[in-house]
Design a protein around this ligand. Structure first.
Ligand code: NAP
Ligand code: MG
Length: 495
């Protein structure tokens, strides 16, 4: 990675006041209120962001509705596709800037944020391809007489996308893809901690030729998300975030019967059998939980290691973990930055303290990382707990920080039952060289993704989503776009 990137302060930050994007215009909140977004590595103020309220939600939804009823709906699929391909090029061209906005706003190191470029371009091009593939069916029927039946696929309308803070630009792109491909319009609310790259992405949409009002970026707090979730002008909600807020959204959506997809939290098992390739499994087990400072919904936070290799594996994992470079996100050699905010740090430290009180032992880490210029940031040591029982709080609750709970197991049957003994079901990992074990585990694990001899693989063409309290609906893959379409049956009596 070139050092120059670390010195490139995004031009967008020349202005301290950042307005939201409604109907193609950057506008302040009607109330005039603003909130601060800060760099979690240093505490430095990055921007004062428009603090959208219910009246701004009304305005954004009205803009999205007008755009939906306007020329956008009548645009040919190939025209939408051309705009999306242009957007893919623009996002790639500007990716260093988008990545830097996320590094400053979220604290994720540049070594991580720049890697999102390939995926962002691939996502937009995948969905651009789908824009010209939306089709109904001509279906047989047994009605008396000569009656033809076929289906029409129509865009569902105005979508509210409500995003978490852990992967801001990637999440914006992921949410926009099916909206643009299907001919829907959107009001997107980024998380309060990381609003910046979404605003820049909205500008790039306009530059690519997406008509004003099709993509609106509404910055604000949870109450703006709540106002969107219950707004009668919203037809569908695409929510990614915590299970608690997901539940509130389902309630808010009920009275107007909005279509809803919810991508929620996790407590994913990563299972290492004795016959696994440990040279691969050891570093992967660390990356599975520590990447992005543990702030990944499908992080492998429960590590199950077969007893024969448990002690050797844990020793090697501890050794590997001690070499992970935690520190300044702008240093290209840094692998892990701070967590997103003070409250998030305190929450994680609370889990770490509680684990000790419940009887778990910290094999590595176990506290805040200070000194070496890190005192003003929210840095936490990558932490591994052993002596964890399945009932302990850290074994059950999503921590969303760099904290691993490790367990020993004896048999396949036992570990499958323990892996599934969670209210979540998002990701999972299985490490074995035995084909039959791999397939049995893949069938048995109750989770939306099973990664065998790998972890955290994602691709625009492959569905991602949750079982149980990890939510419902699948993002990516050939069927994702269906969530953005209505199906209308048309009957034509030919007699
Ligand atoms: P969060 O607290 O649930 O917030 C997510 C979004 O919802 C934010 O934009 C938030 O606004 C908004 N919000 C808050 N209260 C709301 C309400 N009552 N109605 C509507 N919207 C509301 O989640 P987070 O802490 O940002 O993110 C971490 C969580 O996201 C973790 O649980 C993680 O597992 C999950 N996640 C899941 C996936 C997945 O694909 N399954 C991916 C990434 C993250 P504010 O920012 O203003 O609070
Ligand atoms: Mg921030």
């Amino acid at each position: 990675m070139e050092m120059t990137l670390t010195r490139n302060r995004p031009a967008m930050l020349d202005r301290l006041e950042q307005d939201m994007l409604i109907d193609g215009q950057r506008v302040p909140a009607l109330s005039g209120k603003r909130f601060e977004t800060r760099n979690p590595a240093t505490g430095a103020l990055l921007a004062q962001v428009a603090h959208g309220g219910a009246e701004d939600v009304d305005r954004a939804v009205a803009a999205a509705r007008k755009a939906f009823e306007g020329p956008w709906r009548r645009m040919k699929p190939a025209e939408r596709q051309r705009i999306m391909l242009r957007l893919a090029d623009l996002v790639e061209e500007h990716y260093d800037e988008l990545a830097m906005l996320d590094t400053l706003d979220l604290g994720a190191p540049v070594s991580r944020t720049v890697l999102g470029k390939t995926r962002a371009g691939a996502l937009l091009r995948y969905y651009a391809g789908q824009a010209t593939l939306i089709a109904g069916d001509t279906l047989p029927n047994s009605a008396p007489g000569d009656v033809l039946s076929h289906t029409l696929k129509e865009p569902i309308g105005v979508v509210a996308a409500i995003n978490p803070w852990n992967g801001p630009i990637g999440m914006s792109v992921w949410k926009a893809g099916p909206v643009l491909a299907s001919g829907c319009t959107m009001v997107m609310k980024p998380a309060e901690q990381t609003p910046l790259s979404a605003l820049r992405f909205g500008e790039l949409c306009l530059e690519a030729g997406v008509p004003a009002g099709v993509i609106n970026i509404l910055t604000g707090m949870g109450d703006a998300g709540a106002a969107l979730s219950s707004h009668p002008g919203i037809d569908k909600i695409a929510f990614t975030g915590s299970t608690g807020v997901g539940e509130k959204i389902l309630h808010a959506a009920a009275s107007t019967m909005k279509r809803v997809t919810v991508e929620l939290g996790g407590k994913s098992p990563n299972i290492v059998f004795a016959d696994a390739d440990l040279d691969k499994a050891v570093p992967a087990a660390a990356t599975a939980v520590f990447a992005n400072a543990g702030q990944i919904c499908s992080a492998g936070t429960r590590l199950f290691v077969q007893r024969e290799i448990h002690d050797e594996f844990m020793a090697r994992l501890a050794e590997h973990t001690s070499t992970i470079r935690v520190g300044d996100p702008l240093d290209p050699a840094t692998q892990i930055g701070p967590v997103v905010s003070g409250p998030q740090m305190d929450k994680i430290l609370g889990f770490i303290e509680g684990a000790g009180q419940e009887g778990a032992q910290a094999l590595v880490g176990g506290g805040r990382l200070v000194g070496a210029g890190l005192d003003d940031g929210f840095f936490i040591q990558p932490t591994i707990f052993t002596g964890v029982t399945d009932e302990m709080t850290i074994a059950r609750e999503e921590i969303f920080g760099p904290v691993l709970s490790a367990f020993a197991f004896d048999t396949e049957e036992e570990v499958l039952a323990r892996a599934n003994a969670t209210s979540f079901g998002l990701g999972s990992g299985v490490w074995t060289r035995d084909l039959a074990t791999a397939h049995r585990m893949a069938r048995g694990i109750q989770a939306g993704s099973v990664w065998v001899n790998c972890y955290q693989m994602l691709d625009p063409g492959v569905p991602f989503g949750g079982y149980k309290l990890s939510g419902f609906g699948r993002e990516s893959g050939p069927h994702h776009i269906e969530e953005y379409l209505e199906t209308k049956a048309v009957w034509i009596n030919l007699d």
